[in-house]
Design a protein around this ligand. Sequence first.
Ligand code: CA
Length: 255
Amino acid sequence: MSSGTPQSPGTPFPGSAPSSASTGQQTATVLVVEDEPTIATAIAQRLSAEGWRVEVARDGLSGVDAAARLRPDLVVLDVMLPGIDGLEVTRRIQAEQPVPILMLTARDDETDMLVGLGVGADDYMTKPFSMRELVARIKALLRRVDRAAQAAAATPADPPMIMGDVTVDRAQRRVYRGGDEVHLTPTEFELLVMLAGSPKTVLTRERLLAEVWDWADASGTRTVDSHIKALRRKLGPDLIRTVHGVGYAFEPPAL
Ligand code: CA
């Protein structure tokens, strides 16, 4: 993930390519999908000034095409787009390759709606937002991806976690339930590993946010909820218990 040149297309976490010289953040490629020209230009200028390679797409289909062509390290995605909307863009991009997506919404209630749907975005920001905050969140997301890639490279022999009919293969970053592979986004995978690593233990939203997202911001707890929802949808409703007002606990399935 450390260079803009994918070493093995289609393999987003190349365990055989540990980054050494670069932290990944300076050379990262960011795809911005935004139809409002002033916002798109402002974001592109600011991100370029941070040293990232930036490409802008102005509608949903171009965004999907650009993601397939560029294999960006991160996507900043407006939810309201001409053609296909940000939800569909997220589905299509994530089906091709897991990539962190920071979604831009017009209103807080729109964010709530998206969180409720459990779409596969990694973080959400409501317009208007400060460019400073946008940059901080992008850095946090890129740090996390980099860390995950390094962890995967450093510990290739991590044994699979086997809990009932659930298997989490950390070395291969694959998850299975009842023998079938379940495709998770990078964030969903990290969240599952974190929860499954302490079974039957309540982890607070704040702790999950700090550890998985590297972003300690209270408003981000809704992002945690949305990812829990996505995990339940993909893995079944029985694995993660909600402890109201506190957080979540992993419940190993019965054998
Ligand atoms: Ca828009």
